[in-house]
Write a protein of this length. Structure first.
Length: 190
């Protein structure tokens, strides 16, 4: 019997990692992150986060898709139990499709190929104003250094994704304290 896949999404600084850890404790779930979770994906994570590298937006999208394909093949295909993943395909749709302006439809097609169409059963979207989120981030990797205009486009893309799939997305107010966000997330999952 296949398990349940819950993704946690939002712009950098929204509190995804904090929520994922709290949910894992509450639900006894397996936790994965993107890019990452398996050796190849972790190596690609190092590349895409390196602030010293200039990566073409299309190459960036392909690297994320490659990391995701390997994660699906090794850890998510026919996964048992509950898996909570810190980012999944919606991140690429928002960051590369919206933020990098490559187009959500093009990135969707790439990620459908990478994941064989696997989608989360539920996506928790931590909505936060980009200016507030950037103030929370202290250690800037390559993507986090992209600037407020970039993150405004990313946030708008996330909003559009959530609006398009209200049965999968749960929008959470990430400006609330972590305990309140956790409580809202648990209520939505029940």
């Amino acid at each position: 019997m296949p398990g349940v896949l819950i993704s946690v999404e939002g712009i950098d600084g929204a509190g995804k990692t904090t929520l994922v850890a709290a949910l894992a404790r509450e639900l006894g779930a397996t936790v994965l992150r993107e890019p990452g979770g398996v050796e190849l994906s972790e190596r690609l994570r190092t590349l895409v986060q390196d602030p010293a590298l200039e990566i073409d937006p299309r190459a960036e999208a392909l690297l994320f898709a490659a990391a995701r394909a390997q994660l699906v093949a090794e850890r998510l295909k026919d996964h048992p139990g509950t898996v909570i993943i810190d980012r999944f395909t919606d991140s690429s749709l928002a960051y590369q499709g919206g933020g990098r302006e490559l187009g959500v439809a093009a990135i969707q097609a790439l990620n459908d190929f990478a994941t064989s169409g696997l989608k989360p059963d539920r996506t928790l979207y931590l909505r936060l104003d980009p200016a507030v989120a950037m103030a929370r981030v202290t250690d800037h990797d390559r993507l986090e250094a992209a600037g407020e205009a970039f993150f405004t486009r990313v946030a708008a893309a996330y909003d559009a994704l959530a609006e398009a799939e209200p049965d999968r997305f749960v929008v959470l107010d990430a400006s609330e304290p972590p305990a309140a966000v956790l409580s809202a997330a648990l209520a939505a999952l029940r």
